[in-house]
Design a protein around this ligand. Structure first.
Ligand SMILES: Cc1cc2nc3c(=O)[nH]c(=O)nc-3n(C[C@H](O)[C@H](O)[C@H](O)COP(=O)(O)OP(=O)(O)OC[C@H]3O[C@@H](n4cnc5c(N)ncnc54)[C@H](O)[C@@H]3O)c2cc1C
Length: 555
């Protein structure tokens, strides 16, 4: 049984230190060990010793005003020892400015203004939130699924990526580098040709499983409980999650269907910094976990690893057909199927996908690229975030950008951070012409259009972010779309020469598509904002239109 994770409290005032430690212990002592340190220097000694003893530190709660080193300075040092621990500063009212500066400097998670009485209102909820996040990101060792496989295998990457994106804890065991992996594989009776082999905590072993098999065994698939819903939502990105929260919380029997993993594109963001209410930013995984918990709490059902393959109009309801051949019905549908990454169309890219070429951020590969030189193709925000994320593990990150600056394609705050990160190199005016390698990626051939030169250079991993296209091919003419595939809604249904597809007297409601009762929200919709906040707003707005629609139908 591993020791309880630690909460470290630091204050030079003995009375305050005792009081904070006492309060924290009374709220969290059952699951965490609370340790005190009476100075910044002492706290650093304690942290170093804990690291040697392989202890987990979940939270550091540190006073700002201390003689010697200040709270912020201490947190800067402490983050080198325990980079993943949550960081909170205890401040007086006069130190608020220092705390706000610290949000950027040390990625402070929270600052608390003294006094914190009553703790039930001013201390516990804040700590609870931070500790819940920490626990979600740090499952106890060996408690989850073990995945044995080869780094340069598309199937192994697929299994890891699927588990990571669905927030299922797993331990990756690489046959090439981990002797325990080979021993364990032998015990299962399978061979390296059967990899990836997944071992579940209940002893079940699955060789080379499909994502559906993994989802079923991991208990994340879910089944529709009834054949008819008030609201079915297609896609569990920010727009779909918001529609589920607003639909279910307002009493609609709601089903959310997702084909891959909750969070959509946002789930792949290493840090979303422009979402209102989170001044320190939050990871896409955190946002998805919170949103899916919220949707379920309001009673929304969630069906994972199920793909919606078509939508049909029936009298009185809309038919939603799933990839497994089953059909559900709903009074209203929200399509929130977002966009998908465009594939890299150069020789070698398809053959080496999953063997060094990855689409999106693929954070499941973070440990594999530790200490290596990697490439990122693209210069928009998603590429920028990935560069910052991988720069903390890789030796060097090279961004390959088609244009001659980042300013036209990337947010200012992100571009500045990239310029300030010493191990990120940017090659402007550069495109990839070929990917070379047999079993795995070995080289990329680059063309520099400013000099007209072409050269090959070694590559270990290439992450591709070159734009996205709407995921609407499955609608196959049933709903009006523009020439690129984005869904038309509201007034756009009647414009663009598509008015013939609308057959009611009334105009379509906001976000309503050419099928009455079917709405679209988020990136898949023509004219959407392509941001987390706008997708969330559209998901919520679609539900308001659904109430209008229901009233018009006497539902
Ligand atoms: C790496 C990255 C970082 C980003 N960072 C930021 C940021 O910091 N700030 C910001 O504002 N924006 C950011 N964005 C953009 C933001 O994530 C998107 O605008 C937002 O996620 C769009 O939400 P959505 O719900 O419309 O679609 P998506 O997020 O694309 O979700 C759509 C979901 O629908 C599912 N789906 C598709 N078809 C089907 C089907 N037929 N059946 C069932 N399910 C289906 C998909 O699997 C997916 O999960 C980032 C994007 C990326 C890729």
């Amino acid at each position: 049984m591993p020791d309880k994770p630690i909460i470290l409290t630091v204050d030079d005032d003995t009375e305050v230190l005792q009081a904070i430690a006492r309060d924290v212990r009374s709220g969290f002592g059952e699951h965490f060990r609370v340790i005190r340190a009476e100075s910044g220097e002492r706290a650093l000694d304690v942290l170093r010793q804990l690291r040697i003893e392989n202890e987990s530190v979940a939270l550091m709660l540190v006073d700002q005003r201390m003689p010697g080193i200040t709270g912020v300075e201490l947190l800067v040092e402490a983050a080198r020892i325990y980079p993943d621990a949550k960081k909170a500063l205890l401040t007086g009212y006069a130190d608020t400015d220092a705390a706000i500066t610290a949000i950027n400097e040390v990625r402070l998670d929270y600052y608390l203004v003294k006094p914190w009485d009553p703790p039930e209102q001013r201390l516990f909820p804040v700590l609870d939130d931070m500790l819940e996040d920490w626990v979600a990101a740090h499952p106890p060792e060996f408690d989850g699924i073990r995945v044995i496989g080869h780094r340069w295998s598309e199937a192994s990457h697929g299994a890891k990526d699927f588990l990571a994106r669905n927030l299922v804890p797993y331990k990756w065991m690489d046959l090439a580098t981990d002797p325990e992996a080979a021993q364990l594989l032998e015990l299962t009776g399978f061979t390296s040709a059967d990899c990836p082999v997944l071992i579940f905590p209940n002893g079940q072993i699955l060789p080379c499983p499909t994502t559906q098999q993994i989802a079923e065994q991991a208990g994340i698939r879910g089944h529709a409980e009834v054949p008819l819903y008030d609201l079915i939502i297609v896609g569990a990105g920010p727009a779909g999650l918001a529609a589920s929260v607003y639909g279910a919380s307002e009493g609609l029997r709601t089903l959310l269907i997702e084909r891959e993993a909750t969070g959509g594109q946002a789930g792949q963001s290493s840090r979303i910094e422009n979402y209102l209410g989170f001044p320190s930013g939050l990871t896409g995984a955190e946002l998805s976990r919170r949103a899916i918990t919220q949707a379920r709490r309001f009673g929304a059902e969630v069906l994972l690893t199920q793909e919606v393959v078509s939508i049909e109009e029936h009298s009185g309801a809309i038919g939603v057909c799933l990839g497994d051949g089953s059909q559900l019905r709903a009074h209203s549908v929200v399509i929130a199927s977002g966009v998908a990454y465009q594939r890299l169309r150069v020789p070698g890219a398809d053959e080496l996908t999953g063997r060094g070429i990855y689409y999106g951020a693929a954070f499941s590969e973070s440990s594999s690229v530790r200490g290596e030189d990697i490439h990122i193709i693209g210069a928009a925000n998603s590429a920028g975030q990935a560069a910052i994320h991988f720069a903390s593990v890789a030796r060097k990150v090279t961004i390959l950008a088609r244009g001659d600056s980042l300013s036209s394609s990337m947010s200012h705050y992100l571009a500045e951070r990239i310029h300030a990160t010493p191990n990120i190199d940017i090659r402007y005016s550069t495109t990839v012409e070929e990917i070379c390698g047999s079993e795995r990626i070995e080289e990329v051939v680059l063309f520099d259009k400013s000099t007209g030169t072409r050269r090959a250079e070694p590559a270990r991993a290439v992450f591709v972010f070159i734009g996205a296209a709407p995921r609407t091919e499955w609608l196959d003419g049933s709903i009006a779309r523009d020439e690129r595939g984005f869904i038309l809604t509201g007034p756009d249904v009647l414009a663009n020469g598509k008015a013939g597809m609308w057959r009611l007297e009334r105009d379509p409601y906001l976000m309503e598509t050419s099928i009455p009762g079917v709405f679209a929200a988020g990136d898949v919709r023509l004219g959407s904002g392509k941001r987390v906040a706008t997708a969330v707003g559209e998901g919520a707005t679609a539900v308001i239109s659904i109430w209008q629609y229901r009233a018009s139908m006497g539902l």
